[in-house]
Design a binder for this molecule. Structure first.
Ligand code: THU
Length: 167
């Protein structure tokens, strides 16, 4: 006889900001940069533009945008293009925060866009690598934003390096 089935609950906490004006100064600054970068999205297939801005501990701000491909799965999300760029250019500087925004091509209004599971997994790798949390901010609904203190909070069940058991 096995043990009886048990139900569990996971809770995470996050901040909500009713408008962009409520965002802390660091996030507001990333928002402006991400908006300026939005036109760099290459999204001729989905017509959905996504832009991400990252602040590093050395003060550098790097951006990324979605880059699509005629062979659809070969395309890349904004968050991963940004975080891989940060890792490629500044491997020894910590990533403090990543902010993500999205809109439909031709429209100025932002739409809610939570980073996809693959991007959360990719961001988690960098958070674990640097042993300090990466704040994650994205659009919730209407004017509002959500801020998580840590990428880890966005992925309560994780596959990380320790799962491999090799390090
Ligand atoms: N996309 C992102 O850039 N980030 C996400 O987290 C979700 C989706 C992009 C991929 C594709 O170019 C377009 O949005 C539609 O899925």
């Amino acid at each position: 006889m096995g043990l009886p089935m048990t139900r569990h609950q996971i809770s995470i906490s996050y901040s909500s900001y009713a408008t962009e004006n409520e965002l802390p100064a660091g996030s507001l600054s990333l928002l402006k940069t991400a908006l300026e970068n939005m036109n760099n999205a290459y999204a001729p297939y989905s017509h959905f533009q996504v832009s991400a801005a990252i602040r590093l501990s050395n003060g550098e701000v790097v951006t990324g945008s979605n880059q699509e491909n005629a062979a659809y799965p070969s395309g890349m999300c904004a968050e991963r293009s940004a975080i891989y760029y940060a890792g490629a250019r500044f491997p020894h500087d910590k990533i403090e925060e990543i902010l993500v925004v999205a809109r439909r091509e031709g429209e100025s209004e932002l739409v809610p866009a939570c980073p996809c599971g693959s991007c959360r997994q990719a961001m988690l790798e960098y958070e674990e690598r640097q042993s300090s949390p990466i704040r994650l901010v994205f659009k919730q609904n209407d004017a509002g934003f959500i801020g998580l203190d840590s990428v880890s909070d966005s992925l309560p069940f994780k596959f990380g390096a320790e799962s491999l058991g090799t390090i």
